[in-house]
Ligand binder design. Sequence first.
Ligand code: FES
Length: 150
Amino acid sequence: MATYRLTVNGQPRTLEAEPEMPLLWALRDELGLVGTKYGCGIGACGACTVHLDGVAMRSCSLPLGKLNGEAITTIEGLSAEGDHPVQLAWLEHDVPQCGYCQAGQIMSAASLLNLTPDPSEADISSGMSGNICRCGTYSRIHAAVKTAAQ
Ligand code: FES
């Protein structure tokens, strides 16, 4: 066991955990932030996407022992009122179907726009390609990312 002092959604959080514990489980089980979802557990679906210093990361594949003081942002902390441009575009385009993957989709989209504020069609396709949606909302996701970039 080790003590981890994390900055999550701008707040200092402390937990005792094994260094091998994936950040996803620390967020969900230890800190009660269940907006970040478990999909595959092997870094292949994107459901567990959070930001480290504004950049998308798969929290299921990131052990606590690998963290280096980065600011962690989850879907709960992306905006104060659910009014991040990506969230507003998601509402405008009525993107979700079942909704399970959508927190990860939104976090990936927000990271994409942090890194590439004016993305091309190809940038959006490649930037979002690691996030799987089994309902097939891809065309609405693509359109919403374009709207959020405007
Ligand atoms: Fe982490 Fe699928 S649950 S990528």
